[in-house]
Each structure stands twice: as C-alpha cells, then as structure tokens.
Ligand binder design. Structure first.
Ligand SMILES: O=C1O[C@H](COP(=O)(O)O)[C@@H](O)[C@H](O)[C@H]1O
Length: 248
C-alpha cells in the first residue's frame, strides 16, 4: 500500500537542502540494497536549487557516483547545450562536477540529435533506452526515486492539464503545443511515473499554492496522478503549502 506524506519546511533554501539530504540518503541506501541507484531528475527552478545543494552536502561523499543511473522526467526539445534544456541546467548545477559514469547519464534526446526535429521519434528512442536498462521481460528500469517539479497550472514533467499527452499509455511521449515554452517537449507518461518506487513532488513559492492546494484537496490536475508504488512524498516550502488542507 502506497503512502502519501507531506513535508513542509520554512523556505526554498531549506527545502533545497532538505531534499538534497533525503536524496543522498536514498541513493546511499539504494546502493547498499541493489548495488546501484536509479534516480529520475526533474527540470525547473527548484530542481536546480536541489542539485546545487547536493553539491554542498558532506554526505554526497558517501555516494559512489559511478553507480548512479540518472534519467529525466521530461525535456524541452531543444538543441544540445541549450540553456533551457533540463539536461543543461542539471549539468551546470551538479552533474559536470561529479565522477558519474557517462553511460549511466540518460539524457533525453536533443533536437539536433539523430531524430532531428522529430520529437515522436526522440520519445521512442528514449523508450528504447529505458527498455534496454530494464530487467528481462520488463520495459522500464527500477526507479528508486523520481523527482517532479509542479507547475503553476498543476503540470508535472511535460504533462499539462487537459492536454492529449495525458492519455498516452506508452512509456514516453512527445508533447506538442505546450502551454509553457518551448512548445515541443519529450516526457515520461503517467504510467511510467507511477512505476517509480518513490515519487517526490517538490515545490516552493506562492505561485504553487493554488495547484498544490487543489491536488491535496482531491482535485484532478496532472500532479494528482503522480504517485509512487511505495511512497508519494510532497516536499514543500511554507508558501507553496499555504492551501494544503490541515489534517483532522
Ligand atoms: O517546464 C518545466 O517546468 C516544471 C516546473 O518548473 P518550475 O521552474 O516552476 O519549478 C518542471 O518540473 C519541468 O521539468 C520543466 O520542464
């Protein structure tokens, strides 16, 4: 039975350091149990803060970074190295400073890659990469933790409210006409997100209070469907948690 936990901390800086500490422990524990850890990264402002906080964390020295698989929940379909790509932001914030195994850094394709501007083919390519890392007979690898930002409209990854991409049931999908720029993206689908052991929804700031209040009050936005097999963890600062219903 999956549990949902809401953690609220005072502000965005404390949130970033709290999530970084949790992530380090999660990776250390996963490596102890499985020999390696598998983490899905998110894009967005709070994600970059979290990754910068991991850099500062003494406990990150306890991680064998060469045995961490990194995946992405979504990507803005732009040329490699574009500053708006989630991959570029993660590399700048943390990844380029770590002794990672490049073969375990599974960035989503770029629009100047082998599929050119064909985002559907790029999504299919990423699905193949996921399947190649899966156990025999499975189409997805184990994800120990899958992190997600939450948009002002309640989107997660590149799954936007009332958008046809929400109906996609394959492992990945291309998102066209995204209401948030850029318009073309590649994303994990809801079933893939829901396959993760733990899903962490991370949000800071007053702009996130309305969608988070809606979701945690039972409303139906994409973030409401982002749940983990074992645990769904909401990691919020006080501003983002302003409309979270109080427990009875
Ligand atoms: O475009 C995106 O936005 C969301 C939320 O970003 P934030 O800056 O409001 O935290 C992010 O989760 C997603 O990965 C990204 O592509």
């Amino acid at each position: 039975m999956s549990e949902t936990v809401v953690v609220v901390v005072p502000d965005a800086d404390i949130l970033a350091s709290t999530v970084a500490a949790r992530l380090a422990i999660k990776i250390i524990d996963a490596q102890a149990v499985h020999g390696s850890a598998s983490v899905v990264l998110t894009g967005g402002r709070v994600a970059a803060k979290v990754l910068r906080a991991v850099r500062e964390l003494p406990a990150s020295a306890a991680i064998d970074w060469s045995r961490v698989d990194l995946w992405w929940g979504d990507e803005r379909y732009l040329p490699s190295g574009d500053p708006d790509r989630n991959e570029t932001q993660a590399r700048d914030a943390l990844l380029d400073k770590l002794p990672l195994d490049p073969a375990r850094v599974h960035a989503m394709p770029a629009s100047d890659g082998p599929d050119g501007t064909d985002a559907v083919a790029a999504a299919a390519r990423y699905a193949s990469e996921l399947a190649a890392a899966a156990e025999p007979g499975a189409t997805l690898p184990r994800f120990d933790v899958l992190m997600l930002g939450v948009g002002e409209d309640g989107h997660v990854a590149s799954l936007f409210p009332n958008h046809p991409v929400l109906q996609q049931t394959g492992p990945t999908a291309a998102t066209f006409d995204s209401p948030k720029p850029p318009p073309v993206r590649v994303t994990l689908t809801l079933p893939t997100i829901q396959s993760a052991d733990e899903v962490w929804l991370i949000a800071a700031g007053p702009d996130k209070a309305a969608p988070i209040g809606t979701v945690l009050s039972g409303g139906n936005l994409p973030a409401a469907n982002a749940s983990g097999v074992q645990k769904t963890l909401w990691l919020l600062d006080q501003a983002a948690a302003a409309n979270v219903p109080t427990r009875a």
